[in-house]
Write a protein that binds this ligand. Structure first.
Ligand code: TD3
Ligand code: ZN
Length: 283
C-alpha cells in the first residue's frame, strides 16, 4: 500500500524504531525489497537516486512501484533520494512519488533553507512529504579531526532554525557516516544525535549506513534515528552472487537463471536490516 513518508516516520518516531530506506534501480531489486518487507510485516521506503531516474526513467520506476506496492499490505513510501534541485523534486512529486529529499546541504544555511522551503510548499500542496539534509557526510576515505567535525557535522542550533524555517517533515543529519564502502571504521557522534533529537523532537534520518556495525546502528535507533538509508550493501549482495554464478556456469545465457539468485540474496540482506532496525512486525 503506497503511503506518504510522513505517515510511516511519524509512527516510527512515536514508537522508537527505524524504517529501512533501500535504493533500487531495477525490477529485481524492487521485488526483493518489497517481498522482504511483506514477509517481515515492516513499513518500508523504496528510494531512487537521480542516477536511477535517468537509468530507468521516471515513468517506469513510478509504474513499477505503484503496481508492486498495491500488491503488498505493508505501508510503502516511494522516495526521491538526494534530489539535487527544485526541478527534480517537482518532477517526482508530479509523477507519483510520496516523499522527496531535497539535498541543499552543499549550500550555506540560508540557501539550503530557501530551496527546501520551496520544495515543501509544492510537496505539501500535493500531499507529499519532504526530507532535507543539514551538515555534510564524510568522504569514504576521510580521516576527520575534531575541528573538521564541527565544521561538517550537523549543528544542533542551526538544525532547530532550519526545520522551523523550512517546514521539512524529517531531517537527515551528519554524525560521522559516509556513502559507499568504508576504508576505516566509522565512529558516530552519539552525543550530537541525542542533543538534536531532544531539540527537534521529529523523525531523523541516517545516510551512509552500509558498513556501520550493528551495535552503532542499534544505539543510533535508540537515540532517535527513524529512517536508515542502505544502498551499497544491497548492490554488493546482488553483484557478489551474480559474479559467483557466472564464474561457476560459463555457458548460461538465460537471464532469469543468473539474476534470480541475486534477487534472493538482496531479499535476505533486506530482512537482516529490517530486523536490525526494529521495523519488523510494525506494519
Ligand atoms: O543515500 N544513500 C544511498 C545512495 C548513496 C550511494 O551509495 C545512502 O545514504 C546509503 O549509502 P550507503 O552507501 O551507505 O549504502
Ligand atoms: Zn545518502
Amino acid at each position: 500500500m503506497l503511503v506518504t513518508g510522513k505517515e510511516i516516520l511519524d509512527h516510527a518516531h512515536k514508537n522508537g524504531y527505524a524504517v529501512g530506506a533501500f535504493n533500487f534501480v531495477n525490477m529485481e531489486m524492487l521485488q526483493a525489497i518489497l517481498s522482504a518487507a511483506e514477509e517481515e510485516k515492516a513499513p518500508v521506503f523504496v528510494q531512487t537516486s537521480e542516477g536511477a531516474l535517468s537509468y530507468a526513467g521516471v515513468g517506469m520506476l513510478s509504474a513499477m512501484v505503484h503496481q508492486l506496492a498495491s500488491e503488498v499490505s505493508v505501508p510503502v513510501a516511494l522516495h526521491l533520494d538526494h534530489g539535487g534541485s527544485f526541478e527534480t523534486a517537482v518532477k517526482c512529486i508530479r509523477n507519483g512519488w510520496s516523499s522527496v529529499m531535497i539535498d541543499g546541504s552543499h549550500h550555506p544555511l540560508e540557501g539550503n533553507i530557501e530551496v527546501s522551503r520551496r520544495v515543501v510548499d509544492v510537496a505539501h500542496a500535493s500531499g507529499v512529504s519532504v526530507e532535507a539534509e543539514l551538515g555534510r557526510l564524510g568522504g569514504i576515505e576521510d580521516n576527520i579531526c575534531v575541528d573538521e567535525k564541527d565544521a561538517m557535522y550537523t549543528n544542533p542550533a542551526e538544525a532547530k532554525q532550519f526545520v522551523t524555517e523550512s517546514g521539512v517533515d524529517y531531517l537527515a543529519i551528519a554524525i560521522g557516516t559516509a556513502h559507499g564502502k568504508y576504508k576505516g571504521v566509522p565512529k558516530l557522534d552519539f552525543d550530537r544525535l541525542s542533543t538534536i533529537k531532544q531539540d527537534l523532537n521529529m523523525p531523523l534520518v541516517l545516510h551512509g549506513a552500509s558498513g556501520v556495525d550493528e551495535e552503532s546502528i542499534k544505539k543510533a535507533v535508540s537515540l532517535g534515528i527513524n529512517k536508515i538509508n542502505i544502498d551499497t550493501e544491497l548492490r554488493c549482495a546482488y553483484t557478489d552472487r551474480l559474479r559467483a554464478y557466472l564464474a561457476e556456469d560459463t555457458e548460461v545465457y538465460d537471464l532469469r537463471k543468473y539474476i534470480g539468485p541475486s534477487r534472493e540474496d538482496v531479499k535476505a540482506k533486506v530482512i537482516e536490516k529490517i530486523r536490525l532496525f526494529g521495523s519488523n512486525g510494525k506494519a
